[in-house]
Write a protein that binds this ligand. Sequence first.
Ligand code: NAD
Length: 417
Amino acid sequence: MFQSLVDALTGARRVTVMTGAGVSAASGVPTFRGADGLWKHFRVEELATPDAFARNPRLVWEWYDWRRQLIGACEPNAAHHVLADWSLRFPQFALITQNVDGLHERAGTARVLRLHGSIWDVGCWRNCAASPHRWRDHTTPFPVLPPPCPHCGGPLRPGVVWFGETLDAEVMDASLAATDCDVFFTVGTSSVVYPAAGLVDHARRGGALTAEINPDSTPASGGVDIALALPAERALPDLDRRLGPHPLALQTSRLSLRPVLPRDTAMLHQLWTDPAVRRFLWDDAVIPVTTAASVTSASANDFAARHYGLWSLYTRGDEPKLAGFCGLRSEGIGEAPELLFGLQPAFWRQGLALEAARAVVAYGFDTLGIPRIIAATDAPNERSARTLTALGMRFDRRDDHHGLDTLFYSLDRNESA
Ligand code: NAD
């Protein structure tokens, strides 16, 4: 069963995954209908409704305020991470979720279709004219329940879709469109809440291979092509491992070059934007200057990230170490991109530089078809100069780059041997 899924995924371009509460169970977010289901004394269907809120807004808010505190302390798990990586791996990937916890976004998944809203959004219960429909508010816990609308003073409501409310039409349309795919997964949902539960049938009727990942059997289990009775945090990493290295990865004897995955990008972006860390980075030159430039553009620009705008170089072995990065850079839309790379200073010294630079140059010219490759070394460094000129790279310029004395070398495809 696993192998037929792996085979289908290997050739797939359009992959859609719909998730439910089970995908967050390993993060410590309770499911609704599992053995440790939420909120023992109330039926969710009686609490998560507009009527319940109208009757007792404080009680409903106590529940959401408690869940926000609980979820705020949870981290994305291995299942969220694999799905975030897949959002870059497959050319057309869609993640539809019934979850309101925001853990897919925190794992770095590009574009999440949130069928049931977000627990981190709020809105004015009265829909007062001055307030937007929904906005983000991370206050936990709220000092007063229900929290007041900053515009009219009336009660705020959680930005989730309650039982009996209609789903956002745009999100629903996009979700239906995403059922037109090669492989459709339904993961960690009891498949009883409609219209979400109907999406898998839609996908199957449209010709997709359908698969369920859920340790328990559900109303969907009998209808899917493949039902994996496993927890998501085990099944998804297992599938991912069997898919093998990313198609846009390259390995040399001692290094592996692979696209930066969402979780790396989020981490690097955080490093780059934190002034204290940034000073530390410059002082200790942990990450070369080219990296930072590429990271900011890749994370600010979803397009760049989705098109593998950034790669990281790791040493191979049991304890891989980050050796450097390369990233695509273009002066403007339509301009031919350059591939910029930089190594961490320690690796210029360790004799890995030539292997790394050769790999990046071959990869840039041959695999990516990039016309120009630029190397940056973040301190005048004789070894790096020797390595780069040995590869035929030309000294281009010496610049003060973010306060760092940086040497740039370049090589054009038509000049390379
Ligand atoms: P549900 O509670 O009805 O069902 C959870 C399902 O996950 C069950 O079928 C269970 O067998 C399965 N499961 C438990 N552990 C799992 C694991 N480790 N891996 C894979 N599957 C696992 O949840 P649902 O189907 O998402 O219910 C829909 C409603 O619940 C939605 O309205 C959603 O907004 C809400 N909800 C959201 C969250 C959240 O945001 N994390 C949590 C609880 C409920």
